[in-house]
Design a protein around this ligand. Structure first.
Ligand SMILES: NC(=O)c1ccc[n+]([C@@H]2O[C@H](COP(=O)([O-])OP(=O)(O)OC[C@H]3O[C@@H](n4cnc5c(N)ncnc54)[C@H](O)[C@@H]3O)[C@@H](O)[C@H]2O)c1
Ligand SMILES: [Zn+2]
Ligand SMILES: [Zn+2]
Length: 351
């Protein structure tokens, strides 16, 4: 089969790989019908994810059709359409019992990182009974495509940010993760969602779609100016909840600066380098920090929210490429070409 592989030195290429086989009774083999590229794939290619194993098939955000199941998988059968979590999880260990599947002792973020991922024709999914969620007939593959990763991350970030009705939420980054975070934050009924980015087109989308109530273009502003702009929108206090979904060079500092005293700062972004936590400067702010990554086990609820029209991430889809052209898709995605937010990768085409 065809699969996209990275070499650990910043290069990606389509290769012929053997089809994956069931290895454990709890595995399933999924035929990928739609996948997509995540910014975390770029972090892997940049060498910024220490756990990532070279020569692994990339990709962890996808939907597909069950091809084969191990004898221990009772919840799925061949032919089922499924959305797949970016984290495989056993559902039974200390962490899974508490919903912290990112730390599952037998899983976590492995797909496309240290186990072969979904930017291929077929993928082996471990603990498939927990990791895969059936897609109802009235939900399309594209509607369910982002549930396993960026919608999971938006939902997780918003749910741990302790958002109270009537409060002010600041989301740093209006990329795919920031935008899904805003969609999910809205469900907690804050009075104001402030989107902060340096890309005016992304901010315009957030505003036009009603995902944000106010936007701050930080491209020509220092952090003191961003802090002042957020205060102006929040009774001179700062944001009650801040969700950092940018991962930029100064956005960690921005996050704690724009939070009000006793505010909650959620770090959804994945950084490519170390960050500084200057406790002496923030002394007296009494902040609560919650660090990534996502616990992507909320697909039952997010699938329902999609089905009921409460979450609609289709506005993020900027284009479609068959697997044949995925290297070109990576280039366009990384360059934000023509305002690119997310690209759908469709199955390999025999030409
Ligand atoms: N926690 C998780 O498990 C999880 C899951 C998925 C993605 N992620 C991470 O979330 C982050 C965001 O993902 P994405 O796909 O939305 O990425 P993205 O790069 O498309 O979006 C980031 C946005 O931040 C903006 N930005 C950059 N520097 C900025 C600055 N200094 N000030 C204001 N805005 C700035 C960019 O213009 C961009 O719009 C990535 O680091 C990704 O790896 C984490
Ligand atoms: Zn991802
Ligand atoms: Zn577990």
């Amino acid at each position: 089969m065809k699969a996209l592989v990275h070499d650990g030195n910043g290069h990606i290429a389509l290769e012929d790989r053997p089809e994956p086989q069931l290895q454990l009774p709890t595995d399933a083999i999924i035929r990928v019908t739609c996948s997509t590229i995540c910014t975390s794939d770029l972090h892997i290619i940049h060498g910024a994810v220490p756990r990532a194993t070279p020569n692994t098939v990339l990709g962890h955000e996808f939907v597909g059709v069950v091809e084969q199941v191990g004898e221990g998988v009772h919840a799925l059968k061949p032919g089922d359409r499924v959305a797949v979590s970016c984290e495989t999880f056993c559902g039974e260990c200390f962490y899974c019992e508490r919903g912290w599947v990112n730390n599952c002792v037998e899983g976590g973020w492995e797909l496309g990182c240290c186990e072969d991922g979904c930017q291929a024709e077929l993928v082996r999914v471990a603990h498939a009974g927990h990791t895969c969620a059936p897609i109802p007939a009235d939900v399309t593959d594209e509607d369910a495509l982002f549930l396993g990763d960026i919608v999971a991350t938006g939902h997780w970030g918003a749910s741990i940010a302790e958002i109270e009705p009537g409060s002010t939420v600041a989301v740093i980054g209006a990329g795919p993760v920031g935008l899904t975070t805003m969609m999910c934050a809205r469900l907690h009924e804050p009075a104001t969602i402030i989107a902060i980015d340096i890309d005016p087109a992304r901010l315009a989308l957030a505003r036009e779609r009603g995902l944000a109530d106010a936007v701050i273009d930080a491209s020509d502003m220092d952090l003191a100016a961003v802090e002042a702009a957020v205060r102006e929108l929040s009774s001179n206090r700062g944001a009650d909840s801040v969700i950092e979904a940018a991962g930029g060079s100064n956005t960690f500092e921005m996050a704690w600066r724009i939070a009000r005293p006793h505010g909650v700062v959620v770090l959804s972004a994945m950084y490519e380098g170390p960050q500084t936590l200057p406790l002496h400067e923030m002394y007296g702010k009494n902040l609560v920090f919650k660090t990534g990554g996502v616990d992507a086990c909320n697909m039952g609820e997010t699938m329902r929210l999609v089905q009921e029209g409460c979450i609609d991430a289709s506005c993020l889809i900027s284009g479609r490429y068959p697997l044949n052209d995925i290297v070109e898709a990576y280039r366009a995605f990384e360059a934000h070409e023509d305002g690119c937010l997310k690209l759908v990768i469709t199955p390999w085409e025999d030409r």
